[in-house]
Write a protein that binds this ligand. Structure first.
Ligand SMILES: *Cc1c(COP(=O)(O)O)cnc(C)c1O
Length: 391
């Protein structure tokens, strides 16, 4: 068996991916062993599976305050993002402009680069030093040539929450569609689509204790949609390909659990995050908390330990079995500091020393205690050998 280290793993990298909840595994297991039929089959063995897909759809819809037919199952958050944007562009062939934020996930930013190569104009809305969106610039950028606006609901690195309903209204005023990457918010804060203007939003199973390889796209009733994958008639002709039945059942169960745990996330998980942040910034000199601390997800803390390398901190934490992240997992391996912190204008020496701690309901105060007891010495050790540290 693989084993990360001899230590107990302390996993505080839940914005990168999450543990599959035991109840989720239990719910999906029969669909890998016993009920492996194809839901499109005419025979009972296959056909009976289809009802479980609909059951999962109802559970996901319930978590979002949406209607079941507004939920399309996909393979991941990235597929949902791409499907939404390509569909929007197809609906408006005469509009060649897209507006996104500078702090989007690569699933949107790199898609934007690809679209620029294909002749679209992609405008990126800047953020201030706390990562808050420049709403005036956004209003200026969105015009009648804009096919789609896509701004994430919450940022994966800082946890910042964005005013998506307000942005949806601006988009609507100009006849543009509005999509939001909601991968980080689902299961962490309450979402209610009942009175929403949002046209489409993306979510991903593995960010809320379902396995990797399943996601969903919310498509508001009445929003025209063009399939990203052509082929069979699955998902009411909106996404071809045999359904990932175990994954979909898992996402349904994960959504049900998220519904039950939303208060816990906002009380207990927030308490863990706040305690960690307060203790670390109290004990360790020259730190800064990145992001909009009054308006962010309850589970995320992004702290810069200035004048040292985040990567070095992570390596030393890793030896203790602590899994955290510097910037986003997608940029780890490159020495560039995160595009999010750069967009915020975080000084070089602070951006390089940024660590993201992201909690889940499986963390405990013992995890916080261990990190708080080990990290001050790690930071001191690295600063003692840092050419930049003049402490
Ligand atoms: C993880 C993540 C994605 C990508 O989701 P996948 O299911 O891994 O494709 C997209 N957007 C945000 C904000 C994310 O955190």
């Amino acid at each position: 068996m693989m084993s990360a280290s001899d230590n107990k793993t302390i996993y505080v990298d839940n914005n990168a991916t999450t543990k599959v909840a035991p109840e989720v595994l239990e719910a999906m297991y029969p669909f890998l062993t016993e009920f492996y039929g194809n839901p499109s089959s005419v025979h009972t063995f296959g056909g009976q599976v289809a009802a479980h897909i609909e059951d999962a759809r109802a559970k996901v819809a319930a978590l979002l305050g949406a209607k079941p037919h507004e939920i399309l199952f996909t393979s991941c958050g990235t597929e949902s993002d791409s499907s939404a944007i390509y569909s929007a562009l197809y609906q408006c062939p005469n509009k060649k402009k897209i507006v996104v934020s500078k702090v989007e996930h690569p699933a949107i930013l790199n898609l934007g680069q690809e679209l620029e190569r294909r002749g679209y104009k992609v405008e990126t809305v800047p953020v201030d030093s706390k990562g808050r969106l420049d709403m005036e610039r956004l209003e200026e950028m969105v015009d009648d040539k804009t096919a789609v606006v896509s701004v994430m609901w919450a940022n994966n690195e800082t946890g910042n929450i964005y005013p998506v309903e307000q942005i949806a209204e601006i988009a609507e005023k100009h006849g543009a569609l509005f999509h939001t990457d909601a991968v980080q918010v689902v299961g962490k804060i309450l979402i209610d689509m009942a009175d929403s203007q949002i046209d489409m939003f993306s979510l991903s199973g593995h960010k809320l204790h379902a396995p990797k390889g399943v996601g969903a796209l919310y498509i508001r009733r009445g929003t025209r949609f063009r399939p990203f994958l052509a082929g069979g008639h699955q998902e009411r002709n909106r996404r071809a390909g045999t359904e990932n039945v175990p994954g979909i059942v898992a996402l349904g169960k994960a959504a049900e659990l998220a519904n039950d745990n939303i208060d816990f996330e906002n009380r207990e998980v927030r308490e863990l995050r706040d305690t960690l942040e307060a203790r670390l910034t109290d004990v360790i000199p020259v730190t800064r908390v990145n992001g909009d601390v009054d308006n962010r997800l309850p589970n995320t803390s992004n702290i810069s330990f200035e004048f040292i390398e985040g990567e070095s901190i992570l390596m030393l934490l890793d030896r203790l079995g602590v899994c955290a992240s510097s910037g986003s997992a997608c940029t780890t391996g490159s020495l560039e500091p995160s595009h999010v912190l750069r967009a915020m204008g975080v000084p070089y020496t602070a951006a390089h020393g940024a660590i993201r701690f992201s909690f889940s309901r499986y963390n405990t105060m013992e995890d916080v205690d261990l990190i708080c007891s080990e990290l001050p010495a790690i930071v001191k050790r690295l600063r003692d050998i840092s050419p930049f540290w003049k402490g």
